[in-house]
Design a protein around this ligand. Structure first.
Ligand SMILES: Cc1ncc(COP(=O)(O)O)c(C=O)c1O
Length: 433
């Protein structure tokens, strides 16, 4: 019997998160204050979870995971399996290439986002806050935070990119089942939202705008802290649980990935699976390449410049050194809206700058990526989230390339989420009646 599922036991759940800061080829460019206006660092100090902000500048390589968070991870189904994609390999006629995928879709809310949501909600409650405010694009982060907030007895206020809020009615219900308050962004709840709506009542919204609204809301309301779902160092550190488990799983089957692939919007799932491997590459312990799959609607790593930029439209964050398309650039809406962010996380940008991360961007009509996800569904049996379908597409392309060149290769992709609440995207883009 060939078993394609590679599982860790609950006892194998990592006890520490990994922080790549000290292993980077050169020090991470620190956040900077812009030349004008109030201190953004002080603003974030008042608005965000202190434990998380502390991680932003930590140089400790290993961060102990509190027992309570490990319990929450187990409750949420961790460790998650790694699969060998034998049926997809067969469909592609692969002889030289082995394909694996990590199952972050097997999560209560449907994505990897719970890995940081649970940690952030835990620390927010411990610090005496009553409410979490946040942004969401695909709705996966909003759902994850709503779930984590409920478990921690916190309120949750979500600013959801309008263009997605409008079509994902089932995911909206999902968040409301968890008692979250959900606003379409730009909204009338904040000054920045009202200003943007006055300029253009039909503004489709963006993650940059939704971040601005969440930050402003948290700063104006007592007991409310802002919680970010991607980009910042602490988020990627929490997400390292993905890669740490994957390293152990590869040991169980005595195999080693040559190439890690993930989709990338702000960089949290890609960083989650890639950074623990990248750390070992930097320490000279392994060889491995990394490929980020993006949309041409937001090709921050492919076409962005490596420079200091704001993380949000209203310029409330400090300046971070990132590959960016510009925080004011309007990005075309796509169905995989979680990928529609103007910049890539500082950790990932630093690795890209050192040529350790390759990137590819697929056309914004999304047909090719959804066809790839359909093949994955029909062979492996799992329907990936629209965002994750970019990783599937890139993995199939890379596998075909290696096979054609006669090169033996092991590819591991991260399936960052499931697409059960995104069926409409598949229906529309693949023309299903
Ligand atoms: C399922 C899924 N994958 C990927 C992403 C992209 O975000 P990140 O680059 O932070 O992983 C999102 C964002 O919402 C998502 O919902």
């Amino acid at each position: 019997m060939k078993i394609n599922q590679i599982c860790l036991s609950v006892d194998d759940l990592p006890k520490k998160w990994y922080n790549i800061t000290s292993d980077l080829p050169e020090p991470l460019p620190p956040p900077k204050e812009p030349e004008t206006g109030p201190s953004r660092t002080e603003f974030l100090g008042r608005t965000m979870i202190h434990e998380c902000l502390g991680l932003e500048s930590s140089t400790d390589s290993w961060i102990p995971i509190p027992e309570e968070i490990r319990e929450l991870y187990i409750q949420a189904g961790r460790p998650r399996p790694l699969y060998r994609a034998r049926r997809l390999e067969k469909q592609l006629g692969l002889k030289k290439v082995r394909l694996y995928y990590k199952r972050e879709d097997l999560s209560p809310t449907g994505s990897h986002k719970v890995n940081t949501a649970l940690a952030q909600a835990y620390f927010a409650a411990k610090e005496g806050n009553t409410t979490l405010a946040t942004e969401t694009g695909a709705g996966q982060w909003g759902s994850a935070l709503a779930y984590a907030a409920r478990l921690m007895d916190l309120e949750c206020i979500i600013f959801w990119v309008r263009t997605v809020y409008d079509w994902k009615t089932d995911r909206r219900t999902f968040m409301k089942l968890l008692d979250a308050t959900v606003y379409a962004s730009p909204s009338k709840e904040t000054k920045i939202g009202r200003k943007i709506l006055a300029e253009n009542p039909n503004n489709p919204g963006s993650l940059g705008i939704a971040v601005s609204e969440g930050l402003e809301y948290a700063s104006q309301h007592e007991g409310v802290v802002y919680s970010l779902g991607s980009v910042l160092n602490h988020v990627l550190i929490h997400q390292s649980i993905i890669g740490l488990e994957t390293i152990e799983q590869f040991k169980l089957v005595d195999d080693n990935p040559d190439l890690i692939i993930g989709c990338l919007g702000g960089g949290s799932n890609f960083g989650g699976i890639a950074l623990p491997f990248a750390g070992e590459v930097l320490q000279g312990k392994r060889e491995c390449e990394f490929l980020a799959a993006q949309s041409e609607a937001a090709p921050n790593l492919v076409k962005g410049e490596y420079r200091y930029d704001f993380g949000d439209v209203a310029e409330q964050t400090p300046l971070l050194k990132m590959y960016t398309l510009g925080h004011r650039t309007e990005l075309e809406p796509i169905k995989a809206d979680g990928l529609r962010y103007h910049a890539a996380a500082p950790f990932i940008s630093a690795l890209r700058h050192h040529n350790m991360v390759r990137a590819v961007a697929y056309p914004a009509d999304e047909r090719a990526v959804f066809e790839a996800a359909k093949m994955f569904f029909q062979t492996e049996g799992w329907l990936a989230a629209p965002e994750s379908s970019y990783a599937v597409k890139a993995s199939i392309e890379e596998a075909r390339k290696a096979e054609k060149a006669g090169v033996e290769k092991v590819i591991c992709m991260n399936i960052s989420g499931h697409g059960f609440l995104d069926i409409e995207a598949y229906r529309e883009k693949l023309g299903i009646e």
